[in-house]
Design a protein around this ligand. Structure first.
Ligand SMILES: Nc1ncnc2c1ncn2[C@@H]1O[C@H](COP(=O)(O)OP(=O)(O)OP(=O)(O)O)[C@@H](O)[C@H]1O
Length: 968
């Protein structure tokens, strides 16, 4: 077994791929994507050595200034050391020249040695001090380099954060950032190299002085000799820089591919999609093309270096020849010649140092120039310049987009055109529309993250363009569509160090988002590091991260809450919690909700529909689900999809008749006893049978069967339920059950199948040989019928089964039991009194089209159908608000008796209190109730149904009964 596993060949790339996994023909090949920004390349190639030489002083100044800012001591120390090194080198050189002159002059050797002694002492002291300074330079450089690099990076980050979001969205931004990042990293080199050049220049100065004193021709000759080499070095550096620029996009791509292939986040897709061979293939091709470009540049550089060295060698030979000529022709003494040799060598070394350092300096300068360009560009689009500095006196009440058009930089068309929208605190506005219709863009504009191309975005009366953005965003909480997984602790991830960072505040936000549920599973609770990339950290799932991002937004308590697909990764319970709690959240916030799950937007006060950047519909959920238009077509599509999902059961192909009489009895059919030949042999069952080809509907089936089996024809038959019967072979068969009333005598019927037909009361069923499903069906139907004249007297008994749905056809008026003499039938209404522990009471705002109390607050209420009052209450609470209430938690707390209107039947309004309940109120029937809200009984709304106000007061006073006239 093991060997079979281990000997399996590794997974092969799918057919049609190249040996290295690269798709051969599909799409564009990797080589065609050079990830190259032509405009940057052009700009880079314009940056010649001469322009760079001109810009170098300012770049060096800037880096020195930055070094000064981050570490003054080290900067001053380094400068002193470099200047000191130069001065000491010059001193040493002068002393050497002096020594040689003293030693080769005429006179006694002892005298000459005594003359040379001070010079020798200077040489020794200078060499010692230079060595010490060299050590100091290494130490100071080590201290300054990292700080300076980080400072350059930070400057970039600050500039990027300070720029308009639109600047960051521009194509090529990441490339520019990467190239600039390299510049930031080499910034310390610039300082170091500048110092090297300075030191070499100081040494050269000394050598040059000596040479000029010895003979004025030597110095120009030396410079001429070094020129070819200098030119070759600089050109070679430029070639390498341009190659770096040209391959920067590809190198970034290589980094990205490496990251995706090797890191945790994408590791599952890499394996399951067999992406590995494909991507390594692409990596290889890209790497090859980068290598080729770099090799070419290195070759060119080497050739240039060689040419420079040859030219330099010839020129040096010329200089030495000139020196020989000066000595031979007696234009220079032998003693001076000795000094000149030494000075020439030192000066040549210094000039080479300057050339080398200068070439490196120029190359580093190019990179630092990229960094500088990025900063200039970011500063050119800095928010500080494009926006005002006004601040709002208080958190805004109203956020408005007025006739706004927006086009992203480089985009071929507008993402939004002439859009207007507003959202106030206390209001929920939903934005819906198909992908790419502009919802996210609109939310970015409303938040002030983007400024409109045309039109205006105003918070209260202030335009977002006039506001100081950093202070304005204190009023914004954003749940973005794509959120960032930050490797911080949960606490830091929620607060980012802002607001109330206490556990209590965080836990409240966690409760609202559902993040509290994951806390017990985290190793250190709120202080857990949320990543497994580092030791001790813990990784969250996608949905858990979304809960965390919601927590972040809820914790901010900002006036504007924007949620872009906030529940895309959440499970059903978590999603329900968010939408159920949204109204509560919106109490003091303006909420903009973007979602594709259209049933969820029922919670919104207004829905705005976007199509291709324009608003095409606006209205309430009830209005938009009725109006033809984009919303309704998307909504119906979603409903159909979820409906289809539920219809996994086979369609019913059998139909039965549940026939009952006014005495509450049911007509049952005793089957023939032919075991193995008929279904349920010898048992009492319902009349009915299988669908035949001629039956257009299942009602046709049941009517045909009734006529064929018993010659029965019923006026009214209505669908009652679908039941499931089990075959002997274990298969389950759905049966459509139709209910109908008939008061005839079964003995008079002509039966063609089975043994007999007879009436039975539900209480007699246990004596019969009858399938459990059939007797349960009968009992269920009986429970939904009003008590019949001949039925049992009301009294305590077993709890009735839930009401049938749909209810059986109502009895014709003539069959209704008459009310006892002198009494008047009442209509019974049930009302739910739901009080939270904080004393607030649940009210619903009735729909403007309601017949009773339109646009008025009322408790959750309903009329009793054929069911008892508590069942009615439980059903209404579930159907209207999605609340789960148990019978045992319900108590009757008040009755309002509506009397005094002679023409209308009197009513009894029963107020039940549920001590506990499950779920939060949601708008399940938005055409009835448009909003749920818990109200403080001391500050109930003005537009409240009067008898509800009365009942609430009485309930709170503990009074069980009141009477009233009809509600207005
Ligand atoms: N940063 C960007 N740069 C350029 N174009 C963008 C950018 N963001 C969005 N767009 C373009 O703007 C249009 C609207 O995009 P937006 O993200 O606002 O749509 P949406 O309605 O939120 O879509 P979805 O439902 O897919 O989230 C699209 O055509 C998109 O390509």
């Amino acid at each position: 077994m093991t060997s079979a596993v281990t000997q399996d060949p590794p997974p092969q790339p799918p057919e049609g791929t190249a040996p290295d996994g690269e798709q051969q023909d599909a799409g564009v090949r990797a080589e065609e994507y050079l990830y190259r920004d032509e405009s940057r390349l052009r700009a880079g190639s314009l940056l010649t050595s001469r322009t760079m030489a001109r810009r170098l002083p300012s770049l060096v100044r800037r880096s020195v200034r930055m070094a000064w800012r981050v570490d003054r001591g080290a900067t001053v120390g380094l400068l002193m050391c470099q200047i000191g090194t130069g001065v000491l080198a010059a001193l040493g050189l002068l002393a050497v020249t002096g020594t040689i002159t003293a030693l080769v002059s005429s006179g006694d050797i002892t005298e000459r040695l005594w003359d040379a002694a001070p010079q020798l002492a200077v040489i020794a002291a200078a060499a010692g001090l230079r060595a010490l300074m060299g050590i100091a330079v290494v130490w100071l450089t080590g201290r300054l380099r990292p700080v300076l690099g980080r400072a350059a990076e930070l400057t970039m980050i600050e500039a990027a954060l300070g720029a308009e979001l639109a600047a960051n969205n521009k194509p090529g931004y990441n490339d520019a950032y990467d190239i600039a990042d390299r510049g930031a990293q080499v910034t310390p080199d610039l300082v170091e190299e500048a110092q090297d050049v300075l030191a070499a220049t100081a040494t050269l100065a000394a050598g040059a002085t000596v040479l000029t004193v010895l003979h004025p021709l030597l110095l120009p000759l030396l410079f001429l000799a070094c020129l070819p080499q200098a030119a070759a070095y600089v050109r070679s550096a430029r070639v390498l820089y341009l190659a770096g620029l040209e391959t920067s996009g590809r190198r970034r791509m290589l980094n990205k591919l490496r990251w995706h292939m090797a890191y945790q986040e994408s590791s599952e897709e890499m394996r399951a999609c067999l992406a590995g061979p494909f991507l390594t293939g692409r990596y290889r091709r890209l790497a090859d093309s980068v290598n080729a470009a770099e090799r070419k540049a290195a070759n060119t550089g080497a050739w240039m270096g060689l040419a420079g060295a040859v030219a330099g060698g010839i020129a040096s030979a010329a200089v030495w020849a000139a020196l020989l000529w000066l000595l031979a022709s007696g234009r220079m003494s032998l003693a001076a010649g000795g000094g000149a040799v030494f000075a020439l060598q030192t000066a040549t070394g210094s000039v080479r140092g300057i050339i080398n350092g200068g070439a490196r300096l120029v190359r580093t300068g190019w990179y630092v120039q990229d960094w500088q360009n990025f900063l200039d560009n970011a500063h050119g689009q800095a928010m500080i310049d494009s926006r005002g500095t006004a601040s709002l006196p208080a958190a805004p009440e109203r956020f408005e987009v007025r006739d706004v058009t927006y086009r992203y930089d480089g985009a071929p068309k507008d993402s939004l055109s002439n859009v207007s929208l507003h959202v106030k605190r206390g209001e929920i506005v939903a934005l819906v529309g198909e992908n790419g219709s502009g919802k996210t863009t609109l939310s970015r504009l409303l938040c002030g993250l983007l400024l409109p191309t045309e039109g205006d975005v105003a918070w209260d009366h202030a335009s977002t363009a006039d506001l100081d953005p950093w202070r304005a965003w204190e009023h914004v909480a954003l749940v973005p569509q794509k959120f960032t997984y930050l490797p911080l602790t949960m606490r830091d991830n929620i607060t980012f160090g802002q607001g109330d960072t206490s556990d209590a505040a965080l836990l409240a936000a966690c409760e609202a988002s559902g993040a509290a549920e994951m806390l017990p599973k985290l190793r250190s609770g709120l202080n857990t590091l949320l990543t497994s990339e580092w030791f001790g950290g813990q990784q969250l799932s996608g949905g858990q991260w979304q809960r965390l991002v919601l927590t972040r937004a809820f914790h901010r308590r900002a006036a504007l809450l924007v949620m872009d697909e906030p529940t895309a990764a959440l499970d059903a319970r978590a999603e329900h919690r968010i939408f159920a709690g949204l109204r509560e959240l919106a109490k003091d916030r303006a909420v903009l909700l973007i979602t594709h799950r259209l049933t969820n937007v029922a919670v919104a006060d207004r829905i705005v529909v976007l199509d291709q950047g324009r608003i095409v519909q606006e209205g309430t959920y009830a209005q938009l689900t009725r109006q033809p238009g984009l919303f309704r077509s998307l909504w119906e599509l979603q409903r159909r999809m979820s409906g289809d999902a539920l219809q996994v059961e086979p369609e019913a192909a059998n139909a039965s008749a549940l026939i009952y009489n006014d005495r509450g009895e049911y007509l049952l059919h005793l089957r023939d006893y032919f075991p193995g030949q008929i279904w349920e042999p010898g048992m009492w069952s319902l009349l009915g049978g299988g669908r035949e080809p001629q039956d257009a509907t299942l009602e046709d089936t049941v009517r045909r069967e009734l006529a064929e089996e018993a010659g029965l024809d019923l006026a009214d038959l209505s669908p009652f339920a679908t039941e499931y019967a089990s075959h002997d072979d274990g298969t389950t068969v759905p049966i459509a059950v139709y209910a109908g009333r008939w008061n005839g005598d079964p003995r008079e019927l002509r039966l063609t199948e089975g043994v007999m037909l007879a009436w039975f009361g539900p209480d007699d069923l246990h004596r019969l040989r009858i399938a459990d499903t059939t007797s349960a069906l009968v009992r269920r139907h009986a429970a939904g019928l009003p008590r019949m004249q001949s039925g049992p007297e009301p009294g305590p008994g077993p709890e009735p089964a839930p009401a049938p749905a749909p209810a059986p056809a109502p009895a014709p008026a003539e069959h209704r039991p008459a009310s006892p003499h002198g009494t008047v039938p009442h209509i019974i209404g049930v009302h739910l009194y739901l009080e939270r522990p904080d004393g607030t009471v649940l009210l619903g705002l009735r729909h403007p089209d309601s017949a009773f109390a339109p646009s008025t607050w009322h408790v959750l209420a309903g009329h009793c159908e054929q069911e008892n009052a508590i069942d009615c209450l439980i059903r209404e609470a579930r159907e209207e608000a999605g609340l789960r209430i148990e019978r045992r938690d319900v108590e009757l707390v008040h009755v309002v008796h509506h009397i005094g209107q002679p023409r209308n039947p009197p009513r009894l309004a029963l107020f039940f209190r549920a001590r506990t309940w499950g779920g939060e109120p949601v708008l399940c029937e938005p055409d009835k109730c448009t909003q749920w809200k818990f109200w403080d009984p001391a500050a109930l709304p003005d537009d409240l149904v009067p008898y509800t106000r009365l009942a609430i007061t009485k309930i709170r006073n503990g009074e069980p009964y009141s009477e009233t006239g009809w509600p207005a």
